[in-house]
Ligand binder design. Structure first.
Ligand code: TMP
Length: 223
């Protein structure tokens, strides 16, 4: 049977009880269709009776949302961009993510530090060790339990965004080669940590993608 947000996956036998909630992130290049899959994940977890905090990066706090506006519109150097992303993340981790996980709530986050490694790292050329040092400073010991990567070729993502006809933000205006580098980095990160990542072929109908996303979620919860 095809799972949908309204008919969530059958209640699985959950992993060994743990005091903190699950930290689940979604990643992918712009145009990969992350937003609708994000809602499916959140609704499915809630359908299983779990308390979920749904949030996003950059953003998720009042200051983070203001920094997001700047990041998406204001011209700036690449290092200022990376530092602002981590400034927003620091607020988010301290005031939203960690408190929720400690309360036992699940946190589903639209992008996290992997996006910085992919966009500011591979996309814009900041050395990975520099970004990892910032990550270590901002969220020592905190890493997603599950990361769903919606993967599709940069040219398909560009066609989708063009078809949507909306005004592109500062990141979406980057050339296709930029998104090809970002995609390669995501795939490399997934290859390095196969237990955490699930790579989902997003170059298909929304419904088929959703089925895979929910299947990956189910197998994570049951493992
Ligand atoms: P969104 O459109 O998925 O909400 O993300 C906003 C943009 O921010 C997207 O183009 C990716 C970019 N971004 C980074 O460049 N680095 C980061 O660390 C994050 C979280 C997002």
């Amino acid at each position: 049977m095809r799972a949908s947000a309204n008919s969530p996956v059958e209640a699985p036998v959950l992993k060994t009880p743990q005091s903190r909630g699950w930290f689940i992130t979604l990643e992918g290049i712009d145009g990969a269709g992350k937003s609708s899959q994000f809602s499916a994940v959140v609704e499915t977890l809630r359908g299983l009776g779990r308390a979920v905090v749904a949030t996003r990066e950059p953003g998720g706090t009042p200051l983070g949302e203001r920094l997001r506006e700047l990041l998406l519109s204001e011209p700036m150097s690449t290092s200022a961009e990376a530092l602002l992303v981590f400034a927003a993340r620091q607020e988010h981790v301290l005031h939203v993510i960690e408190p929720a996980l400690l309360r036992g709530q699940d946190v589903v986050c639209d992008r996290f530090t992997d996006a910085t490694l992919a966009y500011q790292g591979a996309g814009k050329g900041i050395p990975r060790d520099r970004l990892e040092a910032l990550a270590q400073w901002v969220h020592p010991g905190l890493e997603p339990d599950l990361t769903l990567l919606l993967d599709l070729p940069a040219e398909v993502a560009a066609q989708r965004m063009q078809a949507q006809g909306r005004t592109a933000d500062r990141f979406e205006r980057e050339p296709q080669e930029f998104f090809a580098r970002v995609r390669r980095e995501y795939l490399e990160l997934a290859r390095e940590q196969p237990r955490r990542w699930r790579v989902i072929d997003a170059n298909r109908d929304l419904e088929d993608v959703r089925e895979d996303v929910l299947q990956s979620l189910k197998s994570f919860l049951e493992a």
